[in-house]
Design a protein around this ligand. Structure first.
Ligand SMILES: [Zn+2]
Length: 166
């Protein structure tokens, strides 16, 4: 559970890095109180509350309020898995969109680079600068971006393939 990178990124993005443990615990129970969550995750209740409020803002968790015999209220929190799934899908689609645009850019241009690899530049830029690196002054050579294209492609394939793995 919770091994899919995009799911972990989504939770951390909305609730902070410690929210991952909180969500992991909530996945194992129908509902949990802040006290139980704090004990299970091993972080102070005040921190747990902050995480829960951030997740609540995104509707990833909901709560039920219960009055104890001593008059205090206890909040029982439930993970909204459908909502979490929806946020993951949105993030996945945005990332895929960015990657596909990046892929088009990599495929649609010839790139140039100096020996030290300061920056990668397009043919137009290299031409304007007489094929000299603007950072270090050495000659620019054509840069083979096959490797980057392969990397982006494999990332796209992985993102397209990772669905409902939690
Ligand atoms: Zn350079």
């Amino acid at each position: 559970m919770l091994r899919e990178p995009i799911l972990v990124d989504t939770i951390a993005g909305y609730g902070g890095i410690r929210a991952i443990e909180v969500v992991r615990k909530l996945l194992t129970a129908d509902e949990m109180s802040e006290v139980d969550l704090a004990a299970a995750v091993g972080i102070p209740e005040s921190v747990i509350r902050g995480i829960l409020y951030r997740l609540y803002n995104q509707k990833v968790v909901s709560f039920r309020k219960e009055r104890e015999a001593n008059g205090w209220y206890v909040y029982h929190w439930t993970l909204q898995q459908d909502r979490l799934h929806q946020l993951v899908e949105t993030r996945r689609n945005m990332t895929l969109d960015l990657l596909r645009r990046r892929l088009d850019y990599e495929r649609g241009n010839h790139f140039f680079r100096c020996e030290s690899g300061c920056t990668k530049t397009t043919f137009e830029n290299a031409f304007e600068n007489d094929f000299v690196c603007t950072d270090c002054g050495t000659a620019l050579r054509q840069h083979d971006n096959c490797f980057q294209i392969e990397e982006i492609n494999s990332y796209i394939t992985r993102l397209e393939g990772s669905c409902q793995a939690y």
